[in-house]
Design a protein around this ligand. Structure first.
Ligand code: FES
Length: 166
């Protein structure tokens, strides 16, 4: 089994979600696009490990998977920024206030999910449940999880993480 993408070394149930999509299609190759959508929804982008995993599970040549991913503009193979903040907006995290983290990011960095700052410093991604609902609200900063924090604590950690005294 391929190594999960770097920010997924937690209790990563996102792989299960993706596998469920493939299983629903009996791991047929025609599940490729739906699976890629599910993976991007889960991770925010599709890195090489994710693509290798999907190719192996669907018994599809990796070249074909890369071909599809690069053909459609919708698919992203990496976040653009030097730093990546992933905000979980699944139900548990939404209820516990992650929408306010997104609002804060917009207010302070003029970033909406999917955006990168003009200096390419920070990319903001939004994903549905990362499978760690017991830790909600969950934010992942360059692969490190920020969990169970109030808005003030989360934003302070994000500021610190970005070395931003503003
Ligand atoms: S909703 Fe955020 S981890 Fe499940």
């Amino acid at each position: 089994m391929p190594t999960p993408p770097s920010d997924l070394h937690l209790q990563d149930k996102r792989w299960e979600t993706i596998d469920r999509v493939m299983r629903r299609h009996d791991f047929r190759q025609d599940a490729l696009i739906e699976t890629l959508h599910a993976a991007q929804d889960a991770f925010g982008y599709l890195d090489a490990d994710t693509l290798r995993h999907i190719a192996a599970r669907l018994k599809t040549p990796p070249s074909k998977v890369y071909g599809v991913v690069t053909f459609y503009n919708h698919f992203k193979t990496k976040p653009k920024g030097e730093h990546t903040l992933v905000v979980c907006t699944g139900t548990a995290c939404h209820v516990k206030g992650n929408d306010r983290v997104l609002a804060w990011m917009e207010e302070h960095y003029q970033l909406k999910p999917g955006d990168t700052t003009t200096d390419n410093r920070i990319s903001l991604l939004e994903v549905r449940c990362v499978g760690a609902c017991a830790l909600a609200p969950v934010v992942i900063a360059d692969g490190s999880i920020i969990a169970k924090k109030s808005l003030a604590e989360s934003t302070a950690m994000i500021r610190e993480w970005l070395n931003d005294a503003a």
